[in-house]
Design a binder for this molecule. Structure first.
Ligand code: EPU
Length: 417
């Protein structure tokens, strides 16, 4: 099993280009099931989660593979088995995104229930409620969700909470339903907007993506498209946070700064100079890190996927910060690991009270989930001495060659087997 070893202390300087967005890619791969045609996605990040989704698409009968190191081709004309098996779905919750497209194509689907995960219980009730509103009959059978309908028909779906993948699942199913669907309390995340753009290009009829009311009018068969995935806003934010923790000066390229507004606002509050261009952001950090209060929230709020990275920065602030996690109920697994590095953090319910310390110390730590691992790497870059991050398969799910990218910025970081 791989581990990452970081010798902390180097200031990060230079330029780095982010890969394509993991979470957009996964939703777009599911959308590729909708047309009986070939879909080509460019700027795809080379990640374990993408490979898992390719395997799922193949299990469904699609021809799905890498064409080159950045491009995947998905030919869904051969899909003939609307069942996503437990062994694949349990590896990655986003697999559940195939449910909506399968219902749209076949009127029937059998998808393993994803189960809980390290950051929370993560129910799927909203996905199912949405599909039921479109006429699907749902049954639970030995750990599988079975959905079936003689015909999907448009309906009104009012989500009880902001759900990104739930909104995406219903949006995809509704493209092929008879009549109009209205999603209320829809997620506004950029990944929902990008999916809507791709569905539109495939021939769907959607408006309102990016607001909390999305209207979808069912249309006839969709067609395949070519699309370049947008840059990963969370990878970008992670690199900026690493620059701040090490008091560096880093230009991150390949990302739309408009997708990062709440993150950039918080990074400015900690005292960082931020400059934005059309598709780049520069973070330059001099002087002390200011303590802040941050509360995670659905887009356009501060992203839960940037919570651990911000916390790593705040462990070194000159004062006390409070970070409150409102999206997931158990996303503080990085806290005990940061404490092992000398951080002073007290948890109380959904809030972490962080008293800044003058420095962190390298230590062996364990990655527990994807973004927690990113937080640990940031802490390690700023710490004195060596940190060994174990279980790095978590980080490989969502960051492409993170050690190479950080090395390019001057970090002393290597992967060991
Ligand atoms: N929820 C329910 N019922 C549902 C759906 C969601 O109770 O049917 C709850 C969840 O348990 C959670 C909240 O609603 O407490 C928000 O969950 P959401 O459905 O928005 O999360 P998701 O769509 O499963 C995506 C990203 C996550 C990201 C969240 C929030 C993908 C593949 N995953 O998950 O990304 O944290 O939105 O922005 O798009 C990551 O990349 O590390 C990651 C976890």
């Amino acid at each position: 099993m791989d581990r990452i070893v970081v010798s902390g202390g180097a200031e990060l300087h230079g330029e780095v280009t982010v890969s394509g967005s993991k979470n957009s890619t996964l939703a777009l791969m599911a959308a590729a099931l909708l047309p009986e045609d070939e879909t080509v996605l460019h700027n795809v990040p080379k990640l374990r989660d993408v490979d898992t989704m390719l395997e799922i698409l193949r299990a469904l009968g699609a021809k799905a593979d890498w064409r080159d190191s950045r491009t995947i081709c998905i030919d869904a004309s051969t899909v003939n088995n609307p069942e996503a098996p437990y062994d694949l779905v349990r590896q990655m919750r986003a697999s559940f995104l195939v449910l909506g497209p399968l219902m749209a194509r076949f009127g029937t689907a059998r998808v393993s229930e994803p189960g809980g995960c390290a950051i929370g219980v993560r129910p799927i009730d909203q996905h199912l409620k949405g599909l039921e509103a479109l006429g699907a009959k749902i049954q639970h059978d030995h750990g599988y969700v079975e959905a079936a309908t003689s015909e999907l028909r448009g309906g009104r779906v009012a989500f009880d909470m902001n759900t990104v993948n739930g909104t995406q699942n219903v949006m995809m199913a509704a493209t092929q339903a008879r009549g109009e669907t209205l999603i209320e309390n829809a997620a506004r995340e950029p990944e929902v907007v990008e999916l809507a753009e791709v569905l539109l290009a495939m021939g769907a009829d959607i408006d309102g993506a990016g607001t909390d009311r999305i209207r979808i009018r069912g249309v006839g068969p969709l067609h395949g498209i070519d699309h370049a995935v947008s840059g990963d806003r969370i990878e970008a934010g992670t690199m900026l946070a690493a620059a701040i923790a090490t008091r560096g000066d880093v230009m991150v390229r390949g990302v739309d700064p408009l997708q990062l507004e709440s993150t950039l606002e918080k990074l400015r509050e900690v005292g960082c100079q931020i400059e934005v261009g059309i598709d780049c952001v520069r973070a330059k950090m001099e002087g002390p890190i200011a303590p802040v209060r941050a509360v995670t929230a659905p887009f356009p709020g501060y992203p839960t996927d940037m919570q651990a990275q911000l916390m790593a920065v705040l462990t070194l602030a000159s004062g006390s910060s409070v970070v409150t996690e409102r999206v997931f109920e158990n996303r503080f697994m990085h806290v005990p690991e940061l404490q092992r590095m000398g951080a002073d953090i007290a948890l109380s319910g959904r809030s972490a009270h962080i008293r800044g310390v003058p420095g962190l110390m390298g230590a062996p730590v364990m990655a527990t989930d994807l973004r927690a691992s990113a937080g640990l790497i940031i802490a390690a870059l700023a710490a004195e001495g060596d940190t060994v991050v174990n279980r790095v398969y978590h980080i490989d799910r969502g960051y492409e060659r993170i050690e190479a990218k950080l090395r390019g910025l001057g970090a002393d970081i290597r992967r060991e087997n």
